[in-house]
Ligand binder design. Structure first.
Ligand SMILES: NC(=O)c1ccc[n+]([C@@H]2O[C@H](COP(=O)([O-])OP(=O)(O)OC[C@H]3O[C@@H](n4cnc5c(N)ncnc54)[C@H](O)[C@@H]3O)[C@@H](O)[C@H]2O)c1
Length: 345
């Protein structure tokens, strides 16, 4: 039995990633989409041969919809995901879980209360290269002494690369203009939207940091955060979030443990390529470079969502992970505001 899915929010990420992933995922079927923009709602529904819901309430009242993908701006994650949970729908909510630690706590409580699946759309965890690296760190290289994780968003190249990989997009210029106003505090927006990926990755690869410190540099509208995280076993991890660099996308990690090293290079997500991973094992003096064929992280996260709904598989990442990422984002912000002081997470 496939899972009937409704998509809430028919903007950029819904059109470029979720709807194509739903079309390819054998475990789910698209039942309806909803967006308050008529142009997006009807246009996207037509393109995907599905029903445009007249309202959020109508979509949530549809008994053939068992689960929803919430692809709306961050500030609406809490109210919309909560409404879906109240309606008994399983929820895959885009990252970050919500806008603040308090909102994340509230959403986590709602999910626990409802006893249904709430998964956060930190899809990089479902990239097979990232998963391979995380397992190698956990099982093979011993305690981590030193790690570096970076994420550099490209500037002018980005729109051309997106245009190359994205399906044709339906755009409502009014929605774009009104959303831009909510992103007016550019540094906060960039830290939340990109930092959510980096810090989820840091936790996934290295565990929960104990303390962080960070500084921010800003030049001509571009921002770069550099920080250090103290790891539970005593190691240190440097992290960088830069938006934007005037060059190519660059994202990766190098993790040095007691018995080996893991290197990861992650590609611009819309390419759907798996991360390249390299594991050096001191015991064998060999480097391993696995090859992955099935790598669309947005489809793989839907497969995982379906397994959690149908088979009770652990939810990954769950609301607790989303909350922990938001706590880290807050700690980074506080450290920056204090000029780089250590902040306990
Ligand atoms: N995982 C990723 O790779 C990734 C990438 C980009 C964005 N995101 C996340 O996805 C979310 C959406 O980002 P986006 O870039 O698609 O934004 P977007 O502005 O392009 O799309 C959001 C859509 O939500 C709609 N919307 C507004 N209010 C709504 C409501 N009450 N009910 C239903 N829809 C409503 C808007 O009309 C808009 O079409 C954000 O949380 C963002 O952080 C994730």
């Amino acid at each position: 039995m496939t899972i009937g899915v409704g998509v809430i929010g028919a903007g950029r990420i819904a059109q470029s990633a979720h709807l194509p992933a739903i079309a390819k995922c054998p475990h789910v079927r698209l039942v309806a989409v909803y967006d308050p923009s008529q142009e997006l709602c009807t246009g996207v529904a037509q393109r995907h041969q599905t029903t445009p819901a007249a309202s959020l309430e109508q979509l949530l009242a549809d008994p053939s919809i068992e689960a929803v993908v919430v692809a709306v701006p961050d500030r609406l994650h809490l109210p919309i995901a909560s409404a879906a949970l109240r309606a008994g729908k399983h929820v895959l909510v885009e990252k970050p879980l919500a806008s603040t630690v308090e909102e994340c706590l509230e959403l986590q409580a709602r999910a626990d209360e409802a006893g249904i699946v709430l998964q956060v759309g930190a899809m990089k965890r479902h990239d097979p290269g990232v998963r391979y690296a995380a397992e190698a760190v956990r099982e093979r290289i011993g305690r981590v002494l030193s790690a570096r994780i970076w994420y550099r968003v490209m500037s002018s190249l980005r729109s051309a690369v997106e245009a190359t990989y994205f399906p044709p997009m339906i755009v409502d210029e009014q929605v774009r203009a009104s959303e831009a106003a909510f992103k007016a505090d550019r540094a906060s927006y960039l830290l939340a939207t990109h930092g959510a990926h980096v810090l989820d990755g840091l936790r996934f690869l290295l565990g929960e940091p104990i303390e962080v410190c960070a500084r921010r540099a800003s030049i001509a509208g571009d921002h770069s955060w550099h920080g250090i995280a103290c790891l539970a076993d005593g190691g240190l991890a440097g992290f960088e979030i830069t938006a934007s660099v005037h060059g190519e996308w660059s994202e990766g990690a190098e993790i040095c443990g007691e018995r080996g090293t893991v290197r990861l290079r992650t590609h611009f997500p819309v390419t759907l390529r798996p991360s390249d991973v390299e594991v050096f094992d001191e015991a064998t003096s060999r480097i391993e470079r696995p090859v992955f064929a099935d790598s669309n992280p947005y489809r793989l996260q839907l497969d995982a969502f379906a397994r959690s709904i149908r088979d009770g598989a652990p939810v990954e990442p769950d609301a607790a992970d989303g909350l922990a990422v938001m706590r880290l984002l807050r700690a980074v912000g506080r450290s920056v505001d204090s000029g780089g002081a250590w902040v306990t997470t």
